[in-house]
Ligand binder design. Sequence first.
Ligand code: NAD
Length: 423
Amino acid sequence: MQVGIIGLGYVGIPLARRISQCGQGVTGFDIDAERVSGLNGGRSPIKHIADAEIGTMLGDGFEATCDFSRTAECDALIICVPTPLGKTREPDLSYVVSTMESLAPHLRAGQLLSLESTTWPGTTEEVLRPYVERAGLTPGVDFHLVYSPEREDPGNPDFDTRTIPKVVGGSTAACLDAGVRLYGLFIDRIVPVSSTRTAEMVKLLENIHRSVNIGLVNELKSVTDRMGLDIFEIIDAAKSKPFGFTAYYPGPGIGGHCIPIDPFYLTWKAREFGVHTRFIELAGEVNAAMPRYVVDKLITALNDRSKALRGSKILALGIAYKRDVDDTRESPSVFVMELLRDWGAEVHYSDPNVAVFPRMREHSFDLASVEVTASSLASYDAVLLLTDHSAFDYGMIAEHASLIVDTRGAFRDMPANGKVVRA
Ligand SMILES: NC(=O)c1ccc[n+]([C@@H]2O[C@H](COP(=O)([O-])OP(=O)(O)OC[C@H]3O[C@@H](n4cnc5c(N)ncnc54)[C@H](O)[C@@H]3O)[C@@H](O)[C@H]2O)c1
């Protein structure tokens, strides 16, 4: 069997690697010619996938290409392209639509098409299916159409593509059957659901659940802080309850491609049905206010030292959106850095996984990662811990930084000497 993966990013590459490991042929399709030639030259664009692993895939027959006519050679096509929000926070399906435009002339009988990009319930039926039908094909008769949400968790050592159960919904019963058989070739456990819409909604439920619960602990953090209580101690103790409680941790906001974005796909679609998704909006509001909360804490702490934020030298620790990854998309650390710059601070950052501040659509800093040493720490008016990293030496930071604003609870065991501020 030959499987085509469309979109060779954080989702597409691990999936291509897994399919290749199972002895199936894999062709990768992308519009980014640089990425395609890099992959064909054995270079991985993702930190947690080593170049050597791309080398192994190439040895097993993997090839990347920008030539979409070659999708006709594939028995199954899996779409893993971005689904961001537009400027007014409405779903931007342009990548999915342009993928379908590229695929449409080459679709043929006998193929299976699966969408994995996160999206609103109805996308597979309302956006993809018309392309299939216009190509003269009928899902469930001579073509198979499914939706199967991606659940990749970059940097998580406990689960990989093979062991994360895969939800699949089909356009018809025959489509579902074909989808279950396809994914069953390279994933341990398949969870079939009754429709593509249900599968699309499953993914949104998972991400809304996270967004709302993170919003809740972020709100509780501001309350416990006023009460002089430590939210991390409270969560850790609550976690001892063996049932009915799931731990979520506060932070400087939410980041990554999924949690800050996907819930609003449902908000948008729900309006068509006359429903307002108030929990989603509220969680979004609370989480989006967190960077400002962190900066306010810093301003107060500097004020206590008779210092202004304007002109202060601040080091932001961790700019990826979560621990030990290199992905800075929607990272709250970047929003904090922008606020600091707006207030006139001289802001630098340190992130072992992000050597140079990346090219981003809406943010720009001409900065390279600062090495965290005793002397570099001593040169800053304050250090902000925004994202944990396993390489950070918290003991050394505690010893040499003059002021630490801690959003992750990493310094909670330090003696209360006025140096550490919880934020
Ligand atoms: N990153 C994650 O952890 C994660 C987890 C679960 C779900 N998802 C979902 O998976 C989807 C993909 O996310 P990602 O993080 O892999 O994105 P990504 O930006 O890492 O990769 C997307 C790739 O698609 C390519 N692309 C864009 N338009 C294309 C087109 N028309 N044809 C072919 N290739 C095209 C881009 O060049 C890029 O290489 C999104 O819907 C996201 O919400 C991501």
